[in-house]
Write a protein that binds this ligand. Structure first.
Ligand code: B1M
Length: 215
C-alpha cells in the first residue's frame, strides 16, 4: 500500500504536477510514512528520473526548474514531521552548497534532519565560495562543516574549501563531511574530507557519532 502511494508520488513529481505532488506527500505523511523514506523512495528517485529526461532532451531547463520548485515545496512539508530531538544543541554544523552550484534540495534535507537531531545549523545557502566557509568557521566555531555539490564541475570546489581551511589553520578544528549525487566515498577520501554522506540520514548518523565521540 505504501509502495503504491510512493509510486504515485514519484509519478506526480516526474509529471511536474505540483498539486498532486503536494497532496500525495500530505497523504504519505498522514499514513505515517517516515520523511526519510519519502525522500529516499519518493523525491530522490523521481528527481533522478527528471534528470534522465533532461539528459535525453525530453525535458528542458524550464522543466528542471519546475521540478526544483516542486522538490523545495514538498521538502518543506516534511519539516514538521521530523521527530524533534529532546537534546538540543548537540553540536554546531556549518552547511552550504559549494561555489558555482545552485542545487539545494539535498542540502536543505540534510540541514532539516540535522536540526531534528538536535544540531544547531548555520546554513550558508548555495554558490558558497571557500572564503565564506572559512569566515563562517572563524565566526561560529562549529564542530562540523558539511558541503553539498550536485554538478561534476563543482565537486572540485570541495577540495578548495578544505585547502582554504588548512591555510587558515582551521582544518584540525572541524570535521568535514561531503555529499551530493556525484560524490563518492573515494572522492571524499581523495580530497581529504573526513566522511561521505551517501544520503541525508547516513550523513546525520555520522555527525551524531562524531559529537558523541564514537568516531
Ligand atoms: Co540540475 N542538474 N542543473 N537543476 N538537476 C542535475 C544535478 C543533473 C544530474 C541532471 C541531469 O542531467 N541528469 C545535471 C548535472 C550533470 C553533471 O554535473 N554531470 C544538472 C545540470 C546539468 C544542471 C544545469 C547545468 C542545467 C543547465 O543550466 N543547463 C543547471 C546548473 C545550475 C547551477 O547549479 N549552477 C541546473 C539547474 C537546476 C535547477 C536550478 C533548475 C534545479 C535545482 C533546484 C534546487 O535545487 N533548488 C535542478 C534540478 C532539480 C536537478 C535534478 C533533476 C534534481 C536534483 C535534486 O534536487 N535531487 C538533478 C538530477 C539528479 O540529481 N539526478 C539535476 C533530489 C535531492 C534530494 O537529491 O541533492 O542528491 P540530492 O541529495 C541527496 C543526497 O545526495 C544527499 O542527501 C540527499 C537525500 O538524502 N546529500 C547529502 C546531498 N547533499 C548532502 C550533503 C551531506 C550529506 C548528504 O553532507 C554534507
Amino acid at each position: 500500500m505504501y509502495e503504491e502511494l510512493l509510486a504515485r508520488l514519484r509519478e506526480a513529481i516526474v509529471n511536474l504536477d505540483l498539486d498532486a505532488s503536494k497532496s500525495l506527500t500530505k497523504e504519505c505523511l498522514e499514513k505515517g510514512i517516515p520523511p526519510s523514506e519519502i525522500v529516499s523512495k519518493g523525491i530522490s528517485i523521481a528527481m533522478e528520473e527528471v534528470g534522465k529526461k533532461f539528459e535525453s532532451s525530453e525535458y528542458f531547463l524550464s522543466e528542471l526548474i519546475v521540478a526544483g520548485e516542486i522538490g523545495k515545496e514538498i521538502t518543506q512539508m516534511l519539516k514538521p514531521y521530523l521527530k524533534e530531538s529532546e537534546i538540543r544543541k548537540k553540536g554546531k554544523v556549518v552547511i552550504g552548497t559549494v561555489k558555482g552550484d545552485l542545487h539545494d534540495i539535498g542540502k536543505n534535507i540534510f540541514g532539516m534532519m540535522l536540526e531534528a537531531a538536535g544540531f544547531e545549523v548555520i546554513d550558508l545557502g548555495t554558490d558558497v565560495p571557500a572564503e565564506a566557509f572559512v569566515e563562517a568557521v572563524k565566526k561560529n566555531s562549529p564542530d562540523i562543516v558539511g558541503m553539498s555539490a550536485l554538478l561534476t564541475v563543482t565537486m572540485g570546489e570541495m577540495e578548495n574549501v578544505i585547502n582554504a581551511l588548512k591555510k587558515a589553520g582551521l582544518r584540525d578544528k572541524v570535521k568535514v563531511i561531503v555529499g551530493g549525487a556525484p560524490i563518492t566515498e573515494e572522492f571524499a577520501r581523495k580530497i581529504g574530507a573526513d566522511a561521505y554522506g551517501k544520503d541525508a540520514v547516513v550523513g546525520v548518523e555520522i555527525c551524531k557519532a562524531w559529537v558523541e565521540g564514537k568516531s
